[in-house]
Design a protein around this ligand. Structure first.
Ligand code: UTP
Length: 291
């Protein structure tokens, strides 16, 4: 079955990047001139997704506004002549990227709980999950790489990367066996492992494609690490019973949920930006001399 639906959980509290996230959703933090969540929606669309559900909560209505039309701004740009024509088109195009829906997660009870809010949107189809604070940039959209693996193997798919041994305790750890190239089977996993529990240094980073059976599993999943309903715990049941496929995706991942990740994304995207790339490079070289 073709994967055409995606869920973007964006209802987290963003406590690692306070104080900016006190009133501002971290998904709206800019990477140069676009909010993080726009990169994620664009990746989904480039991967063949047509319908996207964004899970929000109180205080995240800026996300809805960003994907809406803005008549006053458009009217202003439309009298700006040729110079503003391109910007006008760019602004309108954001509202036409996909069919975008919103639902609120009424309590912040974890990523698994957030994904479970998508049950009626998803119905009985496989669907992609793109974490709202993980931006992945590359020529071949990461979500599309996972969808191709789903189409080939017919099992749930995890986007994975190896993480440094000293960092694995903050992520998940997967039991994997190589299939070919960057593809693996995954038969077990654990969220935030202690050193004795580490299964490998492969960890789920920001993307997965799940079968609809995940919802029944989530209904039965008790709170795990941090008292939250962990998506990893539900996917673990899936991995142990049916096996999953892991894709060591090609692309650079930026964690917009932590301060260093935000800076890395800004610097690297700015260096390649058509408008400011050259000037920024010169500036950065100057700064580097003083380091
Ligand atoms: P994170 O754990 O990275 O987000 O969840 P967080 O809770 O905002 O992080 P802290 O507070 O800085 O530690 C990964 C993704 O799941 C979403 C987040 O918005 C993020 O995109 N999420 C998390 C939800 O939608 N709901 C939740 O209850 C928790």
């Amino acid at each position: 079955m073709k994967v055409t639906k995606a869920v973007i959980p964006a209802a987290g509290l963003g406590t690692r990047v306070l104080p900016v996230t006190k009133c501002m959703p971290k998904e709206m933090l800019p990477i140069v001139d676009k909010p993080a969540i726009q990169y994620i929606v664009e990746e989904a669309v480039q991967s063949g997704i047509t319908d996207i559900l964004i899970i929000t909560n109180r205080g995240k209505s800026l996300i809805e506004d960003h994907f809406d039309r803005v008549p006053e701004l458009e009217a202003h740009l439309s009298v700006g002549g040729a110079e503003k024509e391109e910007t006008l088109k760019e602004i309108i195009d954001i509202s036409r990227l996909a069919n975008i829906y919103f639902i609120r997660q009424k309590e912040t009870r974890g990523l698994g709980h957030a994904v479970n809010c998508a049950r009626s949107f998803v119905g009985n189809e496989p669907f992609a999950v793109l974490y709202g604070d993980d931006v992945i940039i590359g020529d071949d959209p990461a979500c599309g790489q996972l969808i191709r693996a789903y189409e080939e193997f017919g099992k749930g798919v995890l986007g994975v990367k190896q993480v440094a041994p000293e960092m694995i305790g903050r992520y998940s750890s997967l039991k994997v066996e190589k299939l070919r190239d960057n593809l693996f089977t995954c038969t077990d996993m654990i969220e935030k492992p202690s050193p004795q529990e580490v299964l490998s240094y492969y960890s789920i980073l920001g993307r997965c494609v799940l079968p609809p059976e995940i919802f029944d599993i989530l209904d039965q999943t008790p709170p795990g690490t941090g008292g939250e309903i962990q998506l990893t715990d539900a996917m673990c049941v899936l991995a142990r019973s049916q096996g999953m496929t892991a894709v060591d995706f090609i692309g650079t991942r930026y964690d917009m949920g932590n301060k260093l990740g935000i800076m890395q994304a800004s610097v690297e995207v700015a260096l390649k930006h058509p408008e400011i790339g050259e000037c920024f490079r010169t500036y950065l070289k100057e700064v580097a001399k003083r380091l």
